[in-house]
Design a protein around this ligand. Structure first.
Ligand code: CIR
Length: 254
């Protein structure tokens, strides 16, 4: 069964970390509604959704993707690059321990799960302000024995590797080549986001469906023209906190 681990939105979301977008007012009630619709969407596509309670002192706790890398064989608990986010990992560790053996990224390494893109046995890892060489090395050390190869990838202009590209099929990526060099992914089918929608590269593949943010209709059309089955959810409020669709869940088989 496909499990989706999610976490409620913190009441202090407005104090979230921001790197590439300007701070603007977030409608927290609407964010709650949109997050509920996101969870319902995951259920509709076959996930058993578990939702952890929010921590009122952790503004970014809804973005669970950054706290771990869940592989089939084990989970790597990250050490988020933003110090304000390090308290998020305790609840995630407690939730994941029943499903996977756990490994942990230790200081001075930093790693955000949003920087880790899995394609088969390859883990592409963004080199960003959040993920450093030490974190990448520890990921290789933990995941290597399970047969994974780690490939560091430079990223610029956005928060995470998965802001710049995400998986939309076994060997297919949705990508904004302005933020990551398409040549890093030779051998994979690449679908480039519509030029008017640079933020559209963060889509969530669940079952056979690609879930896109409603803000990106032109990229949705490109996906449909290429034969993908697409659904949309409105993510307008968490996007103001620099969150995309992959950020709000950890998907894994149980
Ligand atoms: C942050 O800057 O850490 C949060 N405001 C947004 C994190 C989004 N996570 C992700 O893209 N994986």
């Amino acid at each position: 069964m496909l499990t989706a681990l999610t976490r409620e939105i913190s009441p202090c979301l407005a104090q979230c970390e921001l790197s590439h977008v300007d701070r603007c007012r977030i409608d927290v009630d609407l964010a709650f509604q949109q997050h509920a619709a996101y969870r319902a969407c995951l259920e509709r596509f076959g996930c058993a959704v578990t939702t952890l309670t929010a921590d009122p002192d952790l503004p970014d706790c809804v973005f669970v993707e950054d706290t771990s890398v869940v592989l089939d064989e084990a989970a790597i608990i990250t050490r988020p690059g933003a110090p304000s986010r390090r308290g998020e990992i305790d609840a995630i560790r407690q939730a994941l321990v029943r499903y996977r053996p756990l490994h942990c990224v230790e200081p001075p390494g930093t790693l955000d799960g949003g920087d880790v893109l899995r394609v088969g046995q390859t883990l592409y890892v963004g080199i960003t302000a959040r993920t450093n060489e030490g974190g990448i090395g520890q990921l290789q050390r933990h995941a290597g024995p399970y047969g994974y190869t780690v490939r560091p990838v430079p990223v610029s202009g956005c928060l995470h590797l998965k802001s710049a590209c995400t998986s939309i099929g076994e060997d297919a990526l949705l990508i904004n080549p302005g933020w990551v060099d398409a040549a890093e992914f030779t051998g994979l089918e690449l679908l480039i986001v519509h030029p008017d929608e640079p933020g559209a590269a963060n889509a969530l593949r669940v079952g056979g469906t690609v879930v896109c943010a409603a803000a990106f209709p032109r990229t949705r059309q490109l996906l449909e023209d290429r034969g993908f089955t697409v659904a949309t959810v409105d993510n307008s409020e968490l996007a103001k906190a620099e969150g995309g669709l992959t950020c709000c869940s950890l998907l894994f088989e149980t």
